[in-house]
Design a protein around this ligand. Sequence first.
Ligand SMILES: *Cc1c(COP(=O)(O)O)cnc(C)c1O
Length: 405
Amino acid sequence: MQHDMIYMDNNATTRTDPRVVEAMLPWFTEKYGNAHSRNHAFGWEAEEAVETARASVAKAIGAEAREIIFTSGATESNNLAIKGVAEFLADKGNHLITSTIEHKCVSDSMKALERSGRQVTFIGVDREGRIDLAALEAAITDKTILISIMAANNEIGTVQDLAAIGKLCKSRGVLFHTDAAQLVGKQPIDVEALGIDLLSMSAHKIYGPKGVGALYIRRAKPRVRLVAQIDGGGQERGLRSGTLNVTGIVGFGKALEIAVAEMPNERARLRSLRDRFLTRIRERLDHIHLNGSLENRIEGNLNISFAFVEGESLLMSLKEVAVSSGSACTSSTLEPSHVMRAIGVGEELAHTSIRFGIGRFNTEAEVDRVVDMLADKVSRLREMSPLYEMVKDGVDLQSVKWSPH
Ligand SMILES: *Cc1c(COP(=O)(O)O)cnc(C)c1O
């Protein structure tokens, strides 16, 4: 592994915080009980640790401990929330609503439901990636049972108006699920204040371990019920069977405690790093486009398109920096991402977009190094671009009539 590489892909995953690892270690080798073992102290201490973590997770989102179900991550939580509610409320309605910019585990859960006969409406977003609230309201019918809209987008960082969506859902008697994998632990979120009925989380996006997450399921006003998607030993009140990942859960709890405690300072620090990045890159390069919203955005995310360079060449030339082009999940294909398409970024610019995920362990010096490298590489690539030459010479590309070849 090249340790001189700069990791700036914190929307894909994060380094586990050493304080989290330290909290987890005893639960591998000394306190290795099954939290479900009722007959001895190994089981009891494991159960106690799980309940402590459950309380931390609940507190972080303004919920009660018994409203939290531990899962293997946000993918599983999203599947359970969407498919579980659709199955439980099958007699009440067959219509669900989501957005066009969701993570694949939400949109593909919705598509699976479509294949089994449900109707799904995909609501579009504006240029900043925010939900069209009027379209959302207009899409609700008396058969609508669930609206699933992500809290913050993983590609462009856009934060939705959750309060407005929650209010709309409440007034129409529709359950509101949000995939908050990118928001929890980064910005305050309160399920009561925002009228959220189900909320998905993941530990590894917030400096916790991979393979653990949770689903919040409201217990009152209204009491949300759903059908388990994994059957077995009946753990987690029968909603998620399987031996609890005690070490992972302990790590998740610790990660959230740290994130919440450090949130105000960390938000300010990330914002200043992000602003420094943007200001400096704009000083060095023209024709760059920030994708998404500057205002309604998680602080660490920057998604920038560099006109007049070839996306693949740019990524190749930036091999000392770990970043993503488009979405991590679809980066093996050359299709522009569904999010870029949804916010109306043209094919050309979408191909040159890079996501910089600035996180807890990034420094000002790293930001400066990345900006230097980036400015250097983009300028060099543009030297080879005839289009960029023409623009520099004042040619309006829109007015050029290209001859067919
Ligand atoms: C990472 C991510 C997921 C998937 O979470 P896992 O815990 O890796 O399954 C889902 N939604 C969003 C918005 C994400 O960023």
